[in-house]
Design a protein around this ligand. Structure first.
Ligand code: ADP
Ligand code: MG
Ligand code: MG
Length: 889
């Protein structure tokens, strides 16, 4: 018999925190909290295995599920002394979804399940509170009606609005038992009208209806979109939690709240949360009433903190906070309810956080001794470092404040206003920076939030949907900007008498909650403090080196600031395009004789020497890998008539000659044409000039600084041993000549890019004549797949969507194919030359998953663009520490 149902609470805990795969995050943590003695109402979890079985078996439950659920339900009844469906002492339960990882807003919880026209009377008698009983009943019908029966929730809200209007009150809490009875009647009529069936009055039917809705929602379009965005496989499934109700809506000594054990926005070690008196479930995040702060210290005038309103429950909550952090050793996001001054815990999970908060908490917790440095390194998602490296508003920049809301997710963003998620998506696709402005967001808006640079809502608190999702996505967000009113129909927002229409620009500061008219200048972030500390710890734990791909002094300097340990790829052709030199380059290409070419190259030599001198100076004492000319010569040819005339004049030839040469050089498939070392073999003088520039530049720097650089000269697109032999000889000949002229030699090495399958397969032969390999995984991906990157856009996105490929292989290395080539080449190369230095210089060198792969195959270093250097340092450390993937919980 398979165990499908796991109990928790009332001293009988069958689950644990590490059983998330089976019980989902919520269920596993409810059991864990209960087992460490926290007050958790008893319940049970139906495992994710049931979800999988349900979908595998034509939407049918395992046959023994019902008996297991019945038994677990009886255990709850026994624990709380109430009976499900009993007219005098009815047990009410919540039915809650919960997957392995939390998926915000995906599946909605049904509370107060078990209420019927009969049991509601029992609840009223037992609680001696009619208003509470009928409030609970109307909540149940509304939740069950919308979540399970798919009645549009607006219809329910209209009925409440109507009731409040009739009673002349503003807040829900002001409605009386009689008012709620009227609302319930209206609800039941509504359900009958909309579904054609009366609202179910059988608690068992309610229970199984809700369970079915949870499993059903796993496959709804919102859930599918969210999973796609977050790489969550459909096979994981969701669990269902059924739990005895506790009531935050029983009066003034009751409340419900959500909180974080530290500030999820900044990471500050302060208890951080919101609550509402006499409320239930999602009231806090729904934005119907304004939530109040937990701590007295953070309460603003007019607000009443939980600390003041319910000192006992608050003290208990503070205790729980300490217990949870000590137990989970991480910041927790918790949900609680206070029933008649007694605290109950309803959820805990590792809290979502901004990149800045993740960093601060990791460093703080290591300092506090809660975790060690290695664990701190593992806590920060490398990809999220991007957010910290992104600009903030320049404090000195002029600005015009439009309104202020809550600082829901930090970072600054500037863009044009759009009022719908679809609009945000379509404009962003065209390359426009947009700010999505909504009254509040819901899971239907996720694609638009993803597409937007920033998000602004006029309602909702720090734990609203917009705030939580934006923080998770790393989008700046200002929420609850009550001073702004939004008119979707007119496509305009208004604040303080000012109008901003769709398409006009605003700037958000997610760190302060401010919204500005127009665009505000931004500045680069600082890399010291916690960031520097974490990077230092990462460096201690990583094995691989981290270099950068750079050819300009500016890029090289940026990369040094970010901690690059040398250059892994300097693409010399970029230096040829400089307007000062392009004429000489063209002269070289045009000339039909070696002498002519050498004359032109002699003009280029001083420029190249200066290029290398600068790079060597910036990278003092560090390795610099220079790739000799790679692209086909036609790339440098003039295209416009004026340019051609200029070249013709300089060379003293006619336009016809220029055009003819252009035609001669044209190739049907330049990517596979006369490029890379093939040029070096055909025109030795090109590589000779470059080698001379490198050695002369290096000698100059040694003379200036006393510190000799170590040039690593890299020959591109080698497919045969002979090619490397020939080009290597060219370089060595020049080295000997230059060193003889100087009367002095320096160390250098000559190696190759491995970027063709043939090179990978015969890497043992190539290693005999090369000192190092650098995997050029951009070209290697193109040649392994037989796929041109420039043309892939037409179908590759569809391939990824349809699951033909798991990821874009140009972003994250294709481990099975391209990775296998790398593995073969590394093995064969090292078999011949055990000390062979191995690196990667494709764009994959900055991708966390690819870096983990590089660690596995034992590469010596990764090289990436300057802004990815910190990402690579952290990823390399995590890879060394054995991280399976780059995602934080
Ligand atoms: P979500 O996944 O959206 O956070 P939950 O299942 O956590 O949904 O339920 C939302 C809220 O419902 C909880 O935070 C809590 O306030 C309330 N809730 C859930 N179960 C119970 C219960 N057994 N008693 C009282 N309130 C509950
Ligand atoms: Mg929810
Ligand atoms: Mg919850």
């Amino acid at each position: 018999m398979t165990k499908w149902v796991y109990r928790f609470g009332a001293g009988h805990n069958e689950g644990r925190a590490d059983m998330k795969n089976l019980l989902g995050g919520k269920g596993a943590n409810l059991a864990e909290m209960a087992s460490i003695g926290l007050p958790v109402p008893p319940g049970f979890t139906i495992s994710t295995g049931v979800c999988t079985a349900y979908y595998d078996n034509h939407h049918q439950y395992p046959s023994d599920l019902k008996a297991q659920v019945d038994e677990a339900l009886r255990a709850i009844e026994a624990a709380v002394g109430l009976t499900f469906g009993d007219t005098d002492n009815p047990l009410l339960v919540s039915v809650r979804s919960g997957a392995r990882v939390s998926m915000p807003g995906m599946m909605d919880t049904v509370l107060n399940l078990g209420l019927t026209d009969q049991t509601v009377e029992g609840l009223a008698r037992r609680s001696n509170d009619e208003r509470f009983a009928w409030d609970s009943y109307r909540r149940f019908i509304q939740m069950f009606g919308s979540v399970v029966l798919n009645v549009d929730h607006h219809h329910f809200e209209e009925i409440i609005e109507h009731a409040k209007h009739n009673a002349g009150v503003i807040e829900d809490t002001a409605l009386t038992a009689k008012d709620w009875k009227g609302v319930v009647e209206g609800y039941k009529d509504l359900v009958l009208r909309e579904t054609g069936k009366p609202f179910p009055m059988d608690p068992q039917a309610q229970l199984w209806g809700a369970i079915g809705a949870v499993f059903g929602s796993w496959m709804n379009p919102r859930a599918i979109t969210y999973r796609k965005l977050h790489d969550i496989p459909a096979e994981w499934g969701t669990a269902v939690n059924v739990q005895a109700m506790v009531f935050g809506n029983m009066g003034g000594d009751c409340a419900t709240g959500v909180c974080f054990t530290r500030d999820p926005s900044t990471g500050t070690n302060l208890f951080y949360g919101e609550y509402l008196v006499n409320a239930q479930g999602e009231d806090v995040v729904a934005g119907i009433r304004t939530p109040q702060p937990l701590a007295k210290a953070t309460a603003k005038p007019g607000e009443v903190s939980l600390e003041e309103a319910m000192p006992n429950a608050y003290a208990e909550l503070m205790q729980v906070r300490a217990t949870l952090e000590a137990h989970y050793k991480d910041m927790q996001d918790i949900e609680f309810t206070v029933q008649q001054n007694k605290l109950y815990m309803l959820q805990t999970r590792n809290g979502k956080r901004t990149a800045a908060a993740a960093l601060k908490m990791a460093v703080d917790m290591a300092h506090e001794g809660l975790i060690d440095q290695a664990e701190a390194v593992m806590r920060v998602n490398p990809s999220s470092l991007d957010q910290l490296l992104h600009p903030m508003l320049d404090p000195k920049a002029p600005r015009t404040l439009l309104a202020k809301g809550l600082p829901a997710s930090p970072g600054a963003a500037c863009g044009t206003v759009v009022f719908s998620a679809d609009e945000a998506e379509s404009r962003a696709q065209k390359g426009e920076a947009v700010i999505l402005v909504r009254i509040e967001t819901s899971p239907e808006d996720i694609h638009g939030m993803h597409a937007a640079k920033g998000i602004l809502t006029t309602r909702g608190g720090m734990t609203s949907h917009a705030a939580v999702v934006a923080r998770g996505m790393g989008r700046p967000c200002v929420s609850g900007a009550g001073g702004i009113s939004v008119d979707y129909a007119a496509q305009v927002l208004t604040a303080g008498g000012k109008f901003i229409r769709a398409g006009e620009t605003i700037t958000l500061d997610g760190a302060t909650g401010e919204v500005f008219i127009g665009s505000v200048a931004m500045i680069e972030p600082v890399l010291s403090g916690d960031f520097g500390t974490l990077m230092e710890w990462a460096d201690k734990h990583r094995r691989m080196g981290v270099r950068t791909n750079a050819e300009t002094p500016m890029d090289a300097e940026t990369a040094r600031k970010f901690g690059a340990e040398g250059i892994g790829l300097c693409r010399t052709e970029h230096m040829f395009f400089d307007p000062e030199r392009i004429l000489a380059v063209r002269q070289m290409i045009m000339s039909s004789t070696e002498t002519g070419r050498r004359q032109a190259l002699a003009l280029l030599l001083p420029y190249q020497r200066e290029d290398f001198r600068k790079l060597f100076t910036i990278m003092a004492g560090l390795p610099v890998t220079i790739r000799l000319l790679d692209p086909p010569l036609h790339e440098f040819l003039p295209h416009q008539d004026v340019e051609m005339e200029e070249v013709a004049a300089a060379l003293g030839v006619d336009m016809e000659t220029i055009r003819r040469r252009g035609v001669e050089l044209a190739e049907a498939n330049p990517m596979l044409g006369h490029r890379g070392c093939r040029l070096g073999v055909s025109f030795p003088e090109i590589y000779e000039m470059q080698a001379r520039a490198i050695f002369e530049g290096a000698l100059a720097v040694e003379k200036e600084t006393g510190n000799a650089p170590h040039p690593e000269i890299m020959i591109p697109l080698v497919a045969t041993r002979k090619e490397l032999e020939i080009t290597r000889a060219q370089v060595e000949k020049i080295a000997a000549a230059v060193f003889a002229e100087a009367g002095h030699a320096i160390e250098y090495s000559v190696g190759t890019m491995i970027e063709l399958p043939r090179a990978a397969l015969i890497a043992d032969q190539i290693a005999e004549v090369g000192d190092f390999f650098s995997f050029g995984t951009n070209d290697l991906t193109q040649t392994v797949f037989g796929l041109s990157r420039d043309d892939a856009g037409k179908f590759l996105p569809h391939y990824v969507d349809a699951g033909v490929l798991p990821k874009d292989p140009f972003v994250s290395i294709d481990v099975d194919g391209v990775g296998e080539m790398v593995r073969i080449a590394a093995e064969k190369g090292r078999r011949v030359k055990p000390g062979l230095k191995l690196g990667i210089c494709g764009e994959h060198g900055g991708d966390p998953a690819s870096i983990a792969f590089c660690e596995k195959v034992g590469l010596d270093y990764v090289s990436c663009s300057p802004f990815r250097v910190p990402v690579a340092r952290l990823s390399a450390a995590q890879a060394a520490l054995g991280a399976a993937n780059d995602r934080t919980a």
